[in-house]
Structures are given as C-alpha cells and as structure tokens.
Design a protein around this ligand. Structure first.
Ligand SMILES: [Cu+2]
Length: 684
C-alpha cells in the first residue's frame, strides 16, 4: 500500500514540471495554467477515454483510497463513493443524468464531496481522472463543474462553455446529424442552425432569447454557484441563497416579458394547475445516446405524473405557501412560527419554494419549484409510455427553451410578489439621502440591439480514435444568430450639497413604459417589472458630480466565456512560455452575458422608463472594507455580498402613493427608447 502511494504521488507531481518563477495566490502552489490545462483535458471528448498522456498515466496509477490522509472528513466520502464503484451501483455510462432525479443527484454529490475534500492538486486531479473513468459522463460533468466552482484550489480556473463540452444539449439534432456526416466524409463544415420551431408558432419570435446559449450558461452557472442541495457539510454556508433564487428568476421573467413586448406578444400567462397548458414544445434535440428530448402538444390538460406527483399535491403545496404568506410566518419542523414579514422573509420563502435544504420544514412545504419542473416536463407523456428520458425542463442546460418554464416561473414570481406586497412600504425617511439630488439622467450612444452570427465548435459532439490529438480535430461548428447591443453609457448628474464627500450606491433599473397594448404601466406595476441594469458605488464630492458609466462595466453582467479552443490555446501558450494564465474576468460567469444587458426592442423603438436611485453607500455596505470597491459582485460570491439591501431595492416593495418616489430628490427617472433594425436577419 505504501509503495502505491509513493508511486502515484511521483507520477502526479511529474505532470507539472513547467514553472519556476512567478506564481499566483494558488493555495497549493500549483500554477493556474496547469490546473486549467488539466481541466480542459478532463472535459475534452468527455464521452471518450482521456486524450492526454500525463492524465492517462495518472488514471492508471491513482488509488483514491490511498490519498485520504489530508481530507478533513478522514476519507468518509471517498470510501462511500468507492463502495458504489465496487458494488457497481453507479449510473451506467451513456445514460442520461438529471439533478432533479434524487438517486442520480446523490451520486453526483458524493463526487462533489470527494473533490471538495481534496487539499492539494495531486489529490484533486487524481480523484478527478479516476472517477472520470468510472462514472456516468453527465453526472461527472455536473459534479466536476460544481466542485471547480466551490473549491479554493480552482478559484482561478475558467469553466469551459458547456455548449462546447456537451453540444447535444444546445444543438439541434439536424445540425448534429450534419456534423456526423462531415466527420464521416472527413470534410470540415460550418452549419447554420435555426431556432426551434417555425414561424407558424408566435413563440418562435422570442426563441432567440430562450435558446441563447450564453443565457443558458448564465443559468447553469448560477445554479451551480447556488445549488438547492447545498449545506454546510460542503464547506461553508451560502447566505441569502433563497433570496438570490427569487431574484435571478424574477429577472429572467421580467426580461422575457420585455422581449415579448419587443415582439408584440401578449404577456406571459402564469401557470394554473387546473387549467390547460397552452404552449407545446418540440425541442428538436437529442441526448448523446440518441434518445430524443420529449415533445409536448399544445393545449394539454395537466395530468398527474407517475412517480412524480399528483396535480392535487401541487395545489396543496401551493396553498400551504399561500397560507404562510398570508399569515406572515412559516412553521418549522418543531412547530415553531418563523416570522417572514421582514427583510429576511424572502430568503426563507425562496428556500421553501425551490426547495432548498435550508427549507425549515421540507416535509410540509414540499418542493413546489423542483416538482413543478418535473410535472410540466412530463406532460407530453405523463405515464412514461413513450419516453424514459427527462424533458428539457429537467436540465439547467435546456430549461430556458421551453415556454412552460416562464409560465411556471411567472406563477412562482407571483407568490413572491404577494409576500413582498405584505411588507411595510418604504417611507420617505427610509429612502432619502440628505443633501443629494439627481439632476439629470441621459444615455450616451445608441440604445440599439442587433443580431450577430456566433460560431461554436461541435468537435466534442463526435467520437474519435483514441490516439487522436486535440489539434488534429477537423473544424466542425454550428452558427447561430445571437442578440447583442451597441456600446452606450449612462450619464448621471448628481448634486452633493453636503460639505463633505459622500459614498453613494447607484442603482439603475428600466421597465417597459407601455404594455403590448400600448397602455402605460402604472408605477406600482412597472417597478415589479423592473430589469436591473447596473449597481455600483461612487464617492460623491461636494457640488456637482457627472458620472459616466459604460454599459460594458455593468456589475449585473459578465463577458461571454471564451471558446474551448481559445481557452486551450491560451493555456498551452502560458505553459509553453512559462508564464502565468490570467482569465479571472471569465471565472464567475454567474451574471447575465453583457451583450444581453438590454431587451431587444424593435424597429419602431420600445419605450422604457429608466430609473436611477442614489442612496447612502455607507448604510448599504456590508462592511467598511469594500467602500472603495467600484464593482459590486451582483449575485454575491460564495455567499458573500457587498450590498446589504434586498435585491431589487428600492423597487422591491409596493408603493401606495407613487408621488413619494417622484418627490425624492435622490431618485431620477426618464424615458428612453430601445431599437432593433434586424427583423430580417432573424427571420431568414
Ligand atoms: Cu425553474
């Protein structure tokens, strides 16, 4: 046993002889470039054996049970997972995986635990290569991505775009077929991909939003940063998880509404368990093993789903939540009342609805959201007569494509609204920033969106001979139009009448000024439909302050993740040149892609009400240290927030008299117009 341990450690350390000098703040001293290199190759050709010699050698020599000495849990998790390997209990390879499936999830979480127990790279990568060979590929990817996101060892590692690792989830079966053909006849190819469905379906007009692969990346990243199954045994507590769940979905729903208005579509009709589900969906995509994603007809009566739930279970869950909101408290397992009529209530409610492990009484409140995904996902085939595969709604990669997703989330959003409307409205005193006034708000540059062609690689959709090296892969890719906006800046003129500097928090929101029928949205309706555009802090000097904030600086967005090819090339170049890799701006990826900052608009221009709220930065800050930070971490990071105000503040509570808002000098508003002159590009 001793000898095995020594050998594998030698083999493991021999894998990174490249660096001498400069190193970043990696807790174990192993260069970021080496880690990124290893991760790239773990994910490259996911469904095949490893294509990298050092990792392959490690795979043959590494024994997980021989590397438990430094693990805080003493190897409990590794032993459990190895037991599953030995008794052949693991999900088979080439089978589907869904995080909503409890058995499959448990298996994935065991691997997350094992990887988070690793204190150094040799142990982490050893376990990662070992279990890559043993586990179902998609279970493995979910666990690996989550572990990379949360482990201190990989805090500088960029998660490669999932649409290039598992292209099947994002690419139509038709294009995948063309790619296979290109591969067979050995002819490189770039294939145009259309959005799902045809123009006979009005919902097709906004497929560009739900099927945006960058939007899905945002959604996946958010879910692995804030998993509903997370608890302290994984390493730390995530603060405001439930509130964050509310906020990210609230923003998606509001964005979807604004996209609908841009395309002259009526507002989302929220889900009702006892009414028909109007919109059907055909995903036009297949799993890697060839099974198609299930199809759902229009206008189906919502049925009980075998092995998931009955419709009345859903209604009971909903009613218990409605009762809690009406009472202003929830009940925990011991029967105690937990007050939710306060700032923290939204967090508890979010945990109850999703439902998260922090849910105070799981057995009673159930899991409305997760069950909702499964119930709606199976409506095309509620008794599993034709499919045994989960639907698009049961994968974060694909859920945003199905119109039923927005119906479900509109319904959930409405419950959150009921709760928020129960809270005491903010008073003038709460909102006032004495001596500070917003004089002028303006936009510098055009508020205009357009479609660009985006190309992504399908290399990993197809299998290869084992000896094939990365660079020898033919270029086979998909091309899809995606929304982007032209660069612009917010210009805000703020007067500080105090005779000292004042730290301020500046929050920028917009909502559609009119609904699709042209009716002006009342303030109280508009504020609930507000899209968060930016949030940052600024030191105001006495007198006049002219603040220019570029759209590219928005703290609610992130840049698009580089392609796998670019990640690979940059990593290999860093290793070859013994230089360090710095891709930190792409690490989080939790925010919305910056190119999606504003809704599409249309040819005539869509009016938006733009609201700027300037409040006391010192009062808003969680602690003094961050006062000088210019960039707010929008969704927080590993459960740490810089802003202690609720998400959506100050528009999150009802406004009994909108004059209050107009009279507060530190708030400003104006009307702007968003246009798009590309209808022809989209409907080609
Ligand atoms: Cu959902």
């Amino acid at each position: 046993m001793k000898i095995v341990l020594l050998c594998s450690l030698v083999a493991a350390t021999a894998a990174w002889p490249y660096f001498g000098g400069f190193q970043r703040d990696e807790p174990d001293g192993v260069p970021t470039a080496q880690k990124q290199h290893d991760i790239n190759f773990l994910l490259h050709k996911l469904y095949e054996p490893l294509h990298e010699a050092n990792l392959k050698a490690l795979e043959d020599s590494f024994d997980p049970l021989a590397h438990t000495a430094n693990m805080p849990d003493g190897g409990v998790a590794v032993n459990k997972l190895m037991q599953e390997v030995k008794t052949q209990h693991l999900e088979e390879r080439h089978h589907w995986f869904s995080v909503f499936n409890a058995t499959q999830r448990e298996e994935a979480l065991l691997l997350v635990k094992v990887l988070l127990q690793c204190q150094d790279w040799p142990t982490a990568i050893g376990n990662a290569v070992y279990f890559r060979k043993m586990m179902n590929e998609e279970t493995y990817v979910y666990a690996l991505y989550t572990a990379i996101k949360h482990s201190p060892l990989t805090k500088h590692v960029v998660l490669p775009p999932l649409y290039e690792i598992m292209p099947h989830f994002f690419t139509s079966s038709e294009v995948i077929q063309q790619a296979y053909r290109a591969k067979l006849i050995e002819k490189p190819g770039r294939f145009n991909m259309n959005f799902t469905g045809t123009q006979n379906n009005p919902e097709h007009k906004i497929a560009y939003f739900g099927e945006d692969i960058g939007l899905s990346t945002h959604y996946i990243n958010w879910h692995i940063e804030y998993p509903f199954w997370w608890n302290e045994t994984f390493g730390y507590q995530i603060e405001r998880r439930g509130e964050n769940y509310f906020w990210v979905h609230h923003q998606l729903v509001n964005r979807f509404e604004a996209e609908r208005i841009s395309n002259h579509l009526q507002k989302i009709e929220k889900l009702h368990w006892e009414r028909n589900l109007h919109e059907g969906f055909d995903p036009h995509t297949s799993y890697k093993n060839g099974n198609p994603f299930p199809f759902r007809h229009d206008d189906i009566h919502i049925e009980d789903v075998d092995k998931v739930a009955e419709v009345r279970d859903m209604i009971v869950m909903e009613n218990r939540i409605r009762d809690a909101i009406a009472h202003g408290y929830v009940i925990d397992k011991e029967g105690n009342k937990v007050d939710i009529n306060n700032e923290h209530g939204i967090d508890i409610l979010g945990d109850i609805i999703e439902s998260c492990v922090y849910n105070p009484y799981n057995e009673y409140y159930g899991s409305l959201h997760n069950m909702g995904h499964m119930m709606l996902g199976h409506q095309g085939d509620p008794h599993a007569k034709y499919y045994d595969t989960p639907s698009v709604l049961e994968h974060y990669e694909t859920a945003l494509r199905d119109p039923a997703f927005y119906k479900l989330h509109k319904y959930i959003d409405d419950l959150f609204r009921k709760h928020k409307d129960h809270l005491k409205p903010y008073s003038q005193e709460d909102l006032l920033f004495p001596g500070v006034a917003v004089n002028m708000i303006d936009i510098d540059g055009p508020l205009e969106t357009y479609f660009e062609d985006y190309e992504y690689s399908l290399m990993n959709a197809m299998d290869d001979k084992e000896e094939m090296i990365w660079e020898d892969n033919m270029e086979i890719s998909a091309i899809i139009p995606r929304l982007r906006h032209k660069d612009f800046s917010f210009k805000v003129n703020i007067m500080n009448n105090n005779d000292e500097n004042k730290l301020s928090t500046i929050r920028i929101f917009a909502w559609p000024h009119r609904d699709v029928n042209g009716v002006i949205m009342p303030f109280n309706e508009g504020r609930w439909h507000a899209i968060e555009l930016d949030k940052f802090q600024k030191e105001l000097i006495p007198g006049e302050n002219t603040i220019t904030r570029k759209s590219s600086e928005s703290s609610v967005t992130v840049p698009d993740v580089p392609s796998l090819k670019s990640l690979h090339e940059q990593t290999e170049a860093a290793i070859a040149g013994s230089s360090e890799l710095n891709l930190d701006e792409f690490v989080s990826a939790t925010g919305l892609p910056n190119r999606l900052l504003i809704p599409k608009g249309n040819e005539a221009g869509v009016e938006f009400k733009l609201v700027v709220a300037v409040t006391d930065g010192v009062a808003d800050s969680v602690n003094d240290e961050i006062n000088l930070t210019t960039k707010f971490h929008h969704y927080g990071h590993h459960g740490v927030y810089l802003d202690k105000k609720p998400h959506g503040y100050p528009l999150d509570r009802r406004v009994p008299d909108e004059r209050l808002f107009h009279e507060i000098p530190n708030f400003g508003e104006t009307i702007v117009k968003v246009s798009n002159h590309d209808e022809h590009v989209y409907h080609h």
